[in-house]
Design a protein around this ligand. Structure first.
Ligand SMILES: Cc1ncc(COP(=O)(O)O)c(C=O)c1O
Length: 341
């Protein structure tokens, strides 16, 4: 298969229209059989549920070329399961998990010419999503839905290496206790836009959100979970009912405990103890791990001993092992790599 003529190493994280996308519609209580289409546009009634009451959930995962030339993706079954959880919380019908994974395979195969080559650092980002499509004017769930999945080639998250970033403790809250912080719903991201634009305007790369009820515990950023490394090399990940269960974080916990033989703690993390950690990072599909060098908290700074030049040594080991598994250089746990072609 001939690849598209794309300057892979100069791609940003943006939308590039590819050839095919997957669509399935839900009506009268069931999903239709679904198909690939070339049409990238959606025509909706002006009163569609998604447009009025934001009834929409989504996922994000990547396909890439391994060292030996296969096209694979990473743990799509976990994205499928998380999307079911997200849908249920917004009173939407679940899209069957096996069909989700089949749709990933079909969509990536149909756009194989857009999967960046091994070594380019670029990947094919896959965006599954669903939304209420029929007119809804009283506040209630829609009864018709559309599930779609498109993909777009995206550039290396870090151009020229992963430099540690500076984040600030946000004055805004991301998610309420017993709210929707644990699901991947568009509404969580709409309300985070003002906070991230504000943080950027102040010169910070990201926000650290604390728990909304007490503002004493670490939650996550707008698009990634936290990992911390203690001075004696333990991986600590914040536990909360109002953060998204990151697939990258859950995978790093397994890499740390089962492959690297590290001690792991998944527990509530008080902001007061953050100054005592040796390393800090953000984890998610986009960057795998972004190292955090500095946290700004209302006039005070926490500077991690790992500094502002490089990833800390333990973070680097975790990063190298997980990306090694993803790229087929290291054998990972069974079922982590889904071969597409
Ligand atoms: C709010 C939030 N937290 C965490 C993550 C990381 O999750 P994952 O590792 O599944 O990409 C994401 C990105 O998907 C996110 O949007």
């Amino acid at each position: 298969m001939e690849k598209k003529d794309i300057d892979w190493s100069n791609l940003g994280f943006g939308y590039v229209k590819t050839d095919k996308r997957y669509v399935s519609n839900y009506k009268d209580g069931s999903w239709d059989e679904g198909c690939l289409t070339e049409d990238a546009n959606i025509v909706l009634n002006e009163c569609a549920g998604v447009l009025q009451y934001a009834q929409t959930v989504f996922e994000g995962l990547k396909a890439y070329t391994t060292e030996d030339g296969r096209i694979v993706c990473f743990r799509p079954d976990l994205n499928a399961a998380r999307m079911v959880d997200s849908a249920k919380r917004l009173e939407m019908p679940a899209f069957p998990e096996d069909r989700f994974v089949e749709a990933v395979v079909e969509t990536v195969k149909a756009n194989a010419a857009y999967v960046p080559p091994y070594g380019s650092g670029a990947t094919l980002y896959i965006r599954p999503y669903m939304f209420g499509s029929n007119p809804v004017i009283g506040v209630k769930p829609a009864n018709e839905y559309q599930f779609r999945m498109f993909c777009t080639p995206v550039g290396p998250y870090f151009k020229g290496g992963a430099k540690p970033i500076t984040i600030k403790v946000s004055d805004f809250d991301r998610a309420a206790p017993h709210g929707t912080g644990h699901i991947k719903a568009g509404l969580n991201y709409a309300m985070s836009l003002h906070a991230i634009v504000t943080a950027h305007a102040e010169g910070f790369d990201e926000n650290m959100y604390l728990d909304a009820a007490t503002r004493t515990k670490v939650e996550e950023t707008g698009g990634a979970n936290f990992i911390f490394i203690t001075k004696d090399g333990t991986l600590v990940t914040p536990k909360s009912d109002s953060i998204l269960p990151s697939i990258t974080r859950r995978s790093l916990v397994d890499v740390a405990s089962k492959i690297l033989g590290m001690k792991v703690e998944h527990r509530e993390v008080y902001f007061d103890e953050v100054k005592d950690f040796a390393e800090c990072g953000l984890c998610g599909t986009a960057a795998v791990i972004s190292p955090v060098g500095k946290i700004y908290d209302h006039g005070k700074e926490i500077c991690f001993p790992s500094g502002m030049e490089d990833m800390g040594p333990v973070t680097k080991k975790l990063y190298d092992t997980l990306t090694g598994i993803q790229m087929g250089r290291i054998e990972g746990p069974e079922g982590w790599i889904k071969e597409i072609m």
